[in-house]
Design a protein around this ligand. Structure first.
Ligand SMILES: C[S@@+](CC[C@H](N)C(=O)[O-])C[C@H]1O[C@@H](n2cnc3c(N)ncnc32)[C@H](O)[C@@H]1O
Ligand code: SF4
Length: 458
């Protein structure tokens, strides 16, 4: 999945005033203007001995999917992509001058469709990357793929550049739904794509699926899941369709009367989730599923799962540097987001100016709350007192515990000492419950129980 808040999930979206998904804390809603100097200082102070993660945002696609909430541009010609790529390389070089040649533990290409890049162009970007950073034997090197734009040459370029995980945008296998979202891709195409990736030695495959799309029903979702299971992707993301035509004008092309209602959406998710778990997948967090051979599965058991812009991760790096328009860096001292407009991004980087426009510096207290919220979002339970002690912070959680106790009394959570656990039947209220710990959320704006009820109504 793309960096989540470059997508509509950024603004947290399935309906107006959607609660945060807490892919970061503080959330991107709290970002304000920051200048390039603070960001430069944060980059320069990255510890030389710690590995980092890198995120690349490729904001181009061949064809518009009407449901799309990602930050992308449709380009019929390759010229603009080539020009953008040169600027992206410049940004990598400029950043590396500030950070030094650090070791990289995780690379993610998102978008848009990174698979739009020509094989030679992809390789030349990786060459620049390896001049600037140590990318030998990167444990996780992932790329998001639009299956309609990939071929054997590209797949070979990925494999020879060290890519070891691919995320295929599937969405749904039903033709009527595909037609209604302007995204037709056959099962045969996916079969061929899977075969080619396997042939190139890339075996870690994610499928991105969506429920709540036009004409979907429990029956059609069940068929999509059956087909999916046959391909055995090691990881599946099952996203709820975020319909925000006020923000993404092209979504007006998706007929609203064809969309399932909130009750149907929930039933589709529950059905799909049951089919996946009955077939050996483990449900992870809000919307992910993994087979036992996927390291998200083992990391979950080991308590190593974290929340990040891609949703869920077991990436252990403390710092992530984002490249490309709208990309967000998550550094020990704060968050920094690049300008979203491609034109402004090109103008800034080409004239050697900082491309960062928004962000937030984070305090030790923010980091403690980030751990509390991330633990809750990953494991549906948390012992906040234990986490304050790990952070050597004294905080009594008076207001938070009062709200948590309301949830316990309502039967939404159970308490064991200082550990609070969300009951299975109210798991869909997860983000409403997480707001209890959000120090930027106006706790007086609504009662915690009504926040949960509102969340369940969609
Ligand atoms: C950047 S795209 C993946 C790569 C490529 N662009 C593609 O679509 O195949 C990331 C994923 O975001 C999800 N997505 C996009 N728009 C969405 C929306 N409105 N609601 C929910 N998920 C969405 C889709 O599952 C999509 O595969
Ligand atoms: S290919 Fe992916 S990013 Fe591009 S328009 Fe479709 S969903 Fe959006």
């Amino acid at each position: 999945m793309t960096q989540e808040n470059t997508v509509l999930k950024s603004v947290d979206v399935t309906r107006p005033k959607r609660l945060p998904r807490y892919t970061s804390y503080p959330t991107a809603l709290e970002f304000g203007p920051i200048d390039g100097k603070s960001h430069d200082k944060w980059l320069k102070s990255l510890p030389i001995c710690e590995p980092i993660s890198l995120y690349f945002h490729i904001p181009y696609c061949d064809k518009l999917c009407w449901f799309c909430g990602c930050f992308t541009t449709i380009s019929n010609k390759y010229g603009p992509v080539e020009k953008f790529l040169e600027v992206l390389k410049q940004e990598v070089r400029q950043t590396a001058k500030k950070t030094g040649r650090l070791k990289v533990s995780h690379i993610h290409f998102g978008g848009g469709s990174p698979s739009i890049l020509d094989p030679a162009d992809f390789r030349s970007l990786i060459d620049v990357l390896s001049e600037c950073y140590d990318i030998d034997d990167v444990p996780e090197f992932a790329i998001e793929i639009d299956p309609r734009t990939v071929d054997r040459d590209k797949i070979f370029a990925y494999a020879s550049s060290g890519v070891n995980r691919v995320s295929l945008g599937i969405q749904d296998f039903n033709l009527k739904t595909q037609e209604a979202i302007n995204r037709i891709q056959t099962v045969d195409l996916i079969e061929k794509t899977m075969r080619d990736f396997k042939g190139a030695g890339i075996e870690r495959v994610n499928f991105d699926l969506i429920y709540g799309l036009p004409y979907q029903s429990i029956d059609t979702i069940a068929e999509t899941i059956l087909t999916t299971i046959k391909f055995k992707p090691s990881r599946i993301a099952l996203f709820g369709y975020a319909h925000v035509p006020h923000m993404k004008k092209h979504q007006k092309l998706v007929g609203e009367h064809e969309l399932p209602n909130q009750k149907e959406r929930q039933a589709q998710f529950n059905w799909a989730s049951k089919m996946l778990t009955d077939n050996g997948y483990r449900a992870i967090g809000l919307d992910h599923f993994a087979l036992p051979d996927d390291h998200l599965f083992t990391s979950f058991d080991q308590g190593k799962l974290k929340r990040n812009f891609q949703g869920y991760t077991d990436d252990t790096a403390n710092s992530l540097i984002g490249f490309g328009p709208s990309a967000i860096s998550n550094l020990p001292d704060g968050y920094a987001q690049n300008v979203p407009s491609i034109r402004d991004y090109i103008e800034k980087v080409s004239s050697n100016k900082s491309s960062v426009v928004r962000g937030l510096s984070i305090s030790n207290k923010d980091k403690m709350f980030r751990d509390v919220i991330s633990t809750l979002m990953c494991y549906f339970e948390v012992d906040p007192v234990k986490i304050t002690m790990e952070h050597h912070i004294h905080y009594n959680f008076k207001i938070e515990i009062k709200n948590l106790m309301k949830l316990v009394e309502a039967g939404y959570m159970s308490r064991d000492g200082n550990n609070f656990k969300i009951n299975k039947k109210v798991m869909p209220y997860l983000r409403a419950i997480a707001t209890v710990f959000d120090q930027y959320f106006d706790q007086n704006s609504s009662d915690i129980i009504s926040r949960c009820v509102h969340e369940s109504e969609g």
